[in-house]
Design a protein around this ligand. Structure first.
Ligand SMILES: C[S@@+](CC[C@H](N)C(=O)[O-])C[C@H]1O[C@@H](n2cnc3c(N)ncnc32)[C@H](O)[C@@H]1O
Length: 206
């Protein structure tokens, strides 16, 4: 499963430019709004799970955050982000890993994931993800997840995904996290189609 997924994403990032994939955003405004709502100090440790070549890391560095990590299963995706950032790439902790096998070396104040969690379609994968997030987000730290909503597409990047409602996302996390805020949002893809996302923030229980 891991090898399949790694090959799939390696192939995507080797063959498609960012304007040729549905999830691309010029500015990840909703993610930033959620992160701002946590009133973080600039040295808060933030990890972007399945960050790919998202510009979230660029925005966080520009805002002065000094402790940012980006994790992705695809080395190629991380390389793209590094190339774009140039010298500033050395300020980021880059992690090539399958999130369901991730063995963090530290805890994080904020865990962000846009459009990665929803690829975990098996119950045991979801359980592994939630266990890792709950063990490695600091008490009273934050988690923010963006997934396809119940009105969203059934697939992303040719792979099946699991859609979430506020209720089902909360059920997946509530043992370890308290729900703070959820919104539904239409993402306009570079192909001028619309994908409905659910974004929710959570606080790690102490
Ligand atoms: C739809 S893209 C979203 C990228 C980015 N979060 C964004 O909003 O632009 C999904 C990303 O998750 C990564 N990914 C998929 N499965 C993964 C896994 N099991 N572990 C880590 N990363 C994964 C892919 O390589 C890809 O970069």
């Amino acid at each position: 499963m891991m090898a399949d997924s790694k090959n799939h994403w390696g192939q995507i990032y080797a063959t498609k430019k960012s304007e040729e994939v549905s999830w691309t955003q010029q500015t990840p405004t909703t993610s930033l709004n959620f992160l701002h709502s946590f009133n973080l100090s600039k040295n808060a440790s933030i990890i972007d799970i399945g960050g790919g070549d998202s510009r979230l890391v660029d925005c966080l560095l520009k805002e002065g955050f000094t402790n940012v990590s980006v994790l992705d299963i695809s080395a190629h995706a991380l390389q793209r982000a590094k190339d774009r950032l140039g010298e500033k790439a050395s300020c980021v902790n880059w992690i090539e890993a399958d999130i369901t096998e991730f063995k963090p070396l530290r805890k994080y104040d904020v865990w962000h994931d846009r459009a990665t969690f929803h690829f975990l379609t098996e119950g045991n994968q979801v359980a592994k993800y939630v266990a890792i997030a709950s063990n490695f987000v600091n008490p009273n730290g934050y988690l923010t997840l963006g997934t396809f909503s119940e009105q969203g597409p059934a697939q992303c990047s040719g792979l099946s995904i699991r859609k979430y409602s506020e209720k089902t996302l909360n059920s997946a996390l509530r043992k370890h996290f308290k729900k703070l805020h959820c919104i539904l949002e239409d993402h306009l893809t570079p192909f001028h189609t619309v994908q409905n996302f659910l974004f929710c923030s959570f606080e790690k229980l102490a």
